[in-house]
Design a protein around this ligand. Structure first.
Ligand SMILES: Nc1nc2c(ncn2[C@@H]2O[C@H](COP(=O)(O)OP(=O)(O)O)[C@@H](O)[C@H]2O)c(=O)[nH]1
Ligand SMILES: [Mg+2]
Length: 328
């Protein structure tokens, strides 16, 4: 078996095969793997945090995979490295939609500077979320500049992805039956950027009307980021139209957030949430027993948000102390 040390070296050398092995390790539910996974995550923490994390949502068929393929290639042309994580509820049971995604990302997957990986959304240690956040950290340590995360477009995956990304992009199609879904307040509150996809000459007028509707809906939404008016862009993922604008807007948004300080702040909040998630996961794994107030909770949470340790390791430490025994 390959040692954790070898895997860490491999990640630092951007070895895709070893990066894949590392992800498999952190996705494993076996306690002995979990121990190695924590060791691994701890070691790579200093090399994480330097990517732009983009979540992409939209109903099935909106063109998310197509968008990611062509946007990813555009970023690569600009000298960036791109990792794609697709959250798929079916990936653990059948390979249906992931295979579909893979074939659509055929061109991107040929690129040396691209890495594509499905992320199982099945509950981990009995919880509802998954290891996408940790997979993202591994990709960052391997030097990927853009992490593109595709949601399944329904249910919980949106919240999950919005909670671990810097930019939340909504792909909208005209009259695609996603009015109910898309204009649903929840999504409109989460979104930072909207791309109306599949726009061509024939439906341009309709697309413009959709844009006006969206702008009206957005007008009533509370401002997520000061001085940021969620842009509504038009284009075609398939024909590579409008993607450059998306690239620019993402850049603008990240710069704005970095300037205002919310970039760091939100990431800290996300790490705190992640910490809480792992506390739940580990507690679920160990026991359902209720415990009284424990003052170390805040201390470990602070460590996680200040990136002194990674959130999952901090959670493990906390639970072990709480229960007075090691999690094996
Ligand atoms: N005409 C047109 N078709 C598109 C465009 N983008 C994606 N599609 C098609 O829409 C279908 C669904 O795309 P896919 O990327 O799998 O959607 P996903 O389910 O959101 O990932 C595929 O057949 C794509 O070729 C576009 O800009 N124009
Ligand atoms: Mg897809």
């Amino acid at each position: 078996m390959i040692s954790v040390k070898n895997i860490i070296e491999g990640i630092k050398n951007a070895d895709k095969r070893l990066l894949g092995k590392a992800i498999t390790l952190i996705e494993s539910k076996k306690p002995e793997h979990r121990k190695l996974a924590e060791e691994l995550l701890k070691a790579i923490m200093p090399f994480t945090g330097n990517s732009v994390r983009v979540g992409i949502t939209g109903v099935p068929g909106a063109g998310k995979s197509t968008f990611i393929e062509n946007f990813g290639r555009l970023a690569i042309k600009k000298g960036k490295k791109v990792a794609v994580l697709a959250i798929d509820p079916s990936s653990s049971l059948n390979k249906g939609s992931i295979l579909g995604d893979k074939t659509r990302m055929e061109e991107l997957s040929k690129e040396e500077n691209a890495f594509i990986r499905p992320s199982p959304s099945s509950g981990f240690l009995g919880g509802v979320a998954n290891t996408t956040f940790e997979t993202m950290l591994l990709c960052e340590a391997a030097g990927y500049d853009y992490i593109l995360i595709e949601t399944v477009g329904v249910g919980q995956s949106e919240v999950l992805v919005a909670d671990i990304t810097d930019v939340f992009l909504f792909l909208k199609i005209i009259g695609g039956g996603d009015e109910l879904q898309g204009i649903k307040r929840g999504i409109m509150e989460m979104v930072d950027l909207i791309f109306i996809n599949k726009v061509d000459e024939e439906n341009l007028q309709k697309a413009k009307m959709t844009k006006q509707e969206l702008l009206r809906a957005l007008f009533f939404m509370p401002e997520k980021e000061k001085d940021w008016k969620t842009p509504v862009l038009l284009g075609s993922a398939l024909n590579n139209e409008g993607l450059e604008r998306v690239f620019e807007k993402i850049d603008d948004f990240i710069n704005l957030k970095k300037k205002s300080g919310s970039f760091e702040k939100i990431r800290k909040n996300q790490s705190e949430k992640r910490f809480e998630y792992w506390v739940q996961e580990y507690i679920l794994q160990m026991t359902k027993k209720e415990n009284s107030e424990e003052n170390s909770f805040e201390k470990h949470k602070k460590n996680a948000s200040e990136l002194k340790g990674n959130p999952s390791s901090e959670a493990k430490l906390f639970v072990e102390k709480l229960l007075g025994k090691l999690i094996s």
